[in-house]
Write a protein that binds this ligand. Structure first.
Ligand code: 13P
Length: 252
């Protein structure tokens, strides 16, 4: 059975003491809920707070992820952080190909593919994001856009390796806008992604890969979104910054 995953992407928010407060609140709340075994909670804070999150995670029930990683192994790349460094600090996973990195920092599908390779090489789970912008959806090009992101970012992997990847569908027009995809739109795209995976790797492999939804996911709409057969959880931005909201989504 594939995992149900709720991952919080804090983006560039919180200072040290705010991060500590949020992690403390989350840990307390996680202690008081009984989650099914196939549910995995992930917290992705900014780099300076990864160690703190990792310390909390030792006593609690969540994994810690980074929000970015270098596509290079090591060397003279000022400001970059390698997959090996993350692995050596016991970080479990990492977001790659987020639309904010694609649009503001020029992260192409080829760079995403190289980052995925670095993460898998060092045994970290990539959370690979894909999704169309509004103009692409309005032109009914969303399937073509997502297809090339998935093919160029992931389809060089072996069947064994792609099973170690989590995919997050995040329609860019839904990120931080309050405009969520409808459950039907989410299911339609998630089903399309799983069909692509099945055509390339076979349905047994496709059925093992968790596909998360991201974009204005809140406690009030999470249940409806997650009720869809191909929606295996969420990648949460704004609502991951408050323990009550994030836990409202986790328990949905
Ligand atoms: P919001 O939940 O704030 O829309 O952000 C989604 C997102 O980008 C998660 O990676």
């Amino acid at each position: 059975m594939r995992k149900h995953i709720i991952a919080g992407n804090w983006k560039m928010n919180k200072n040290f003491s705010e991060a500590d407060d949020l992690l403390n609140d989350l840990m307390e709340q996680l202690e008081n809920v009984k989650l099914p075994r196939e549910t995995q909670v992930i917290v992705c804070p900014p780099f300076p707070f990864l160690e703190m999150a990792s310390d909390y995670a030792n006593d609690s029930y969540f994994l810690v992820g980074a929000q970015n990683v270098s596509d290079k192994e090591s060397g003279a790349y000022t400001g970059e952080v390698s997959a090996e460094m993350l692995a050596s600090c016991e970080i479990d996973c990492c977001i790659v190909g987020h639309s904010e990195r694609r649009s503001y920092y020029g992260e192409t599908n080829a760079i995403v593919a190289a980052k995925v390779d670095q993460l898998l090489k060092h045994d970290l789970m990539p959370i690979m994001c894909c999704g169309e912008v509004l103009a692409e959806r309005e032109a009914n090009r969303q399937f073509d856009v997502v297809k090339s992101q998935i093919e160029e970012g992931l389809f060089h992997l072996s069947a064994d390796d792609i099973k170690r990847v989590v995919i997050a569908y995040e329609p860019v027009w839904a990120i931080g806008t309050g405009r969520t995809a409808t459950p039907e739109q989410a299911q339609e795209m998630h089903h399309y992604i799983r069909t692509l995976l099945a055509e390339k790797y076979g349905s047994a492999v496709a059925d093992e890969i968790s596909i998360l939804y991201g974009g204005s996911c809140k406690p009030s709409n999470a249940k409806e979104l997650f009720a869809n057969p191909d929606v295996d959880g969420g990648l949460i931005g704004g609502a991951s910054l408050k323990a009550d909201d994030f836990m409202g989504i986790v328990t949905a």
